[in-house]
Design a protein around this ligand. Sequence first.
Ligand code: IVH
Length: 712
Amino acid sequence: MAAGDPEARVAELRSTIEYHNERYFSLDSPEIADAEYDALVGELRQLEAEHPELVTADSPTQRVGGATSGLFSPVRHRVPMMSLDNAFDGLELGAWADRLARQLPDVDLGTLDFSAEPKVDGVAMSLTYVDGRFTQAATRGDGVTGEDVTANVATISVVPDVLDPAAGPYPHHLEVRGEVYLPTSAFEQMNKRQEDAGERLFVNPRNAAAGSLRQKDPIVTATRPLSFWAYQIGEVDGLDAEDAAGTDAGGVRWPPDRQSDALALLRRAGLPVSPDARTVLGIAAAVERCAELAEHRHDLPYEIDGVVLKVDDLALHDRLGATSRAPRWAIAFKFPPEERTTTLLDIEVSIGRTGRATPFARLEPVFVGGSTVGLATLHNEDQVRAKDVRPGDTVIVRKAGDVIPEVVGPVARPAGGPRRRAPWRFPTKCPSCGMPLVRLEGESDTYCTNIDCPQQRVQRIVHFASRSAMDIEGLGEQRVVQLVGTGLIGDPADLYALGPGSLAGLDKMGELSEHNLLTAIAESKERPLSRLLVALGIRHVGPTGARALARAFASLERLRAVGAETLAATAGVGPVIAASVAEFFDNPANAAVLERLAVSGVSLVEPGVPPEGLAAEAAEAAGPLAGRSVVVTGTLAGYSREEAEAAIVARGGTSPGSVSKRTYAVVVGDAPGAAKVTKAEKLGVPMLSPEDFEPLLATGELGAGTAPDPPG
Ligand code: IVH
């Protein structure tokens, strides 16, 4: 678009935005990620600011997005349901604060209260209660006219039919606004059901919630685990002075004069209000709360896409007023996007160490969730089918927190030739070894069953060398591919047969790299048995199970000697792990590898455990600290003495009041007892700093051994 033709660009943006409004609000089938939609609106707003003569009353920037689907009867909102202005970074939040300061010259923003509320990603809803009884639910629609979805909302269990009489009396007519949403776990379950039924998956919880509300048959809605957060009081009528005087819910009165009081009143009435909404003092604390929620967004059991900041004092709302689409007393701070659209170049299959064949997408690289993503998982054959993604599609890519990036679904398909548009088919042969891929009846995964498959070998060795296993630095996937490809190694035991000069001539392998790699391999011989057990890649044996096994039996020798029954009776092990371990040891190929590891000098014992193991104690107490005694001295931030001891006991440990040679570790807090520290030093008991306490609780391991300096 010619930079010199703003009028044409404005027209184009408007029609594009209208199109996406329709897809999002009426059809529940967005074609672009929210962030891209926001960018279009942002560009339009910018152009309109630069060219005020181009602003029209019906521009999407002047209206609230949604329209109605026509499926339900219209409902007029007597108090319009407005939208919110967005801030995408600290600078834009600052600009909002500046506007507040200009409009409220007599108010100090440093001491003004704000209500900071999670911006739940769902569907805005207006609930009407008449004399405390639920009578109507309506969507926002275009802000003035929404749709009557009473029958559907009545199926949401957390929406009360009757407000708690104990917190009344209530205004004769009370409109409560909030968000209907799907908790993340409910969304995942719902998509699992869709997948099992061979139905199409929902792209995100917001979409699934909207689709569930749009059902003509409330019985269908009732099967969807929808929830609701109340966040605002809308229209209030019939609250005369007499009522108001008598309406005192726990010290807060109707009508509220603060947003925080409104939330308290709604909560007391029995409506769900997010526990993550906070009242904060001053704009700086409000900004800080935004950062805090951004960092912890994935710890919440529901999806949020930002934080809504509201001036808490409702009297100031009247002074600040609103534009045609949004109030000036609130702003939505939007988090950086975790969803983006890009082109799906191809679908390929990767083979893991167990032979599992996982389909993944090769993408036109796109920056999302803080990094550039070129590959994204598609999980399994059923998921590819349920998502119906095909090479050439424009797809939504999602990267939430630490989660592996995934392709959510297609949004547009080019009207190309028939080849491009054919549904993708799972390959029948392993891309690495060419042997047939097998999918067992009733299972969702497909496997390459050839134990000699080169890619499986590579992945088994990569896993063996990984951080949580033998932790061999410098032995990443590329290097393993090279070593396996040149025939230097074929299994983990071969690593220990490599000697000086054996890597000479390999690409990117100088003398120093060779020395470093060989040193790292040699050092890994000393890893405890629990790590070796993880490294072997025994099915179902993760770090916790491995630790339980190693502590109960102390050595590989004993572990192999006891049968599946004894294993299964061990605390923290159980029949599934036991059977898998026994099967692993019964396999002659595995036995041969173990034999070679032993000959190479790889340690096969668990240090710190008596040779006969801890089976008896461990049987009593499972958990990462099973059978271990941890002494705490001094104070630990966040824990009282009792809480620290309880945390140790809850993980299977004991926490006696004095140090002995049986003490596993001493956690040294602030102002520790001199006697305990001296004794620990004398006996050589490891001392941990307060920062090491939580990792110790989580893993039972001593970590990097960050013993604090002995206190003076
Ligand atoms: S207040 C005029 N509070 O965000 C004030 N909205 O982008 C209107 N939302 O339409 C809304 N959490 O659907 C408010 N704590 C919260 C919210 C919230 C989510 C949604 C709501 C609104 C949209 C605006």
